[in-house]
Design a protein around this ligand. Structure first.
Ligand code: SF4
Length: 140
């Protein structure tokens, strides 16, 4: 039987691509879904040129159009990730994926309720990761 094809945040497959060199391996995904699904792993932060390890980052500013900024050195990677995502999303359309499984809470991959830090006050859980947002218009 031919497997259906899903894109997936690479850390969920156990790839050590997180900022700290770790992963977030989801064994249900690889063990159960993996019987029927072929995965196309993508790590936006690595693919756009940030290395492993890298500085932790977060969304800042307005929830509808936040910036991707590193926590300690305050480097803004919004443009770099957005430029990569614009190109990569075009390639993914050609791959005819049946869906995409995104890592939650990530400033790049999170789909809902990602923390966004305002200039003042605490974070609000109203953000969408930059790559997840760029991927919304992909059609199978
Ligand atoms: S950018 Fe996405 S795929 Fe990469 S480590 Fe973060 S959550 Fe995982």
């Amino acid at each position: 039987m031919e497997k259906i094809k899903f894109g997936v945040s690479a850390c969920l497959l156990g790839e050590k691509v997180r900022y700290d060199g770790g992963h977030k391996w989801d064994r249900f995904l690889t063990g159960t879904w993996g019987k029927w699904v072929e995965f196309l792993p993508i790590c936006p932060e690595v693919e756009c040129g940030l290395g492993v390890p890298r500085e932790a980052m977060r969304l800042e500013g307005a929830p509808v159009a936040p910036r991707l900024v590193t926590v300690r050195r305050r480097q803004d990677y919004t443009g770099q990730l957005a430029a990569w995502a614009g190109k990569r999303v075009g390639e993914l359309e050609a791959a005819h994926l049946c869906g995409f499984i995104f890592k939650s809470n990530s400033p790049s991959c999170g789909v809902v309720r990602v923390k966004v830090y305002a200039d003042q006050g605490g974070p609000v859980k109203k953000g969408v990761g930059l790559f997840a947002r760029a991927s919304w218009n992909i059609s199978p």
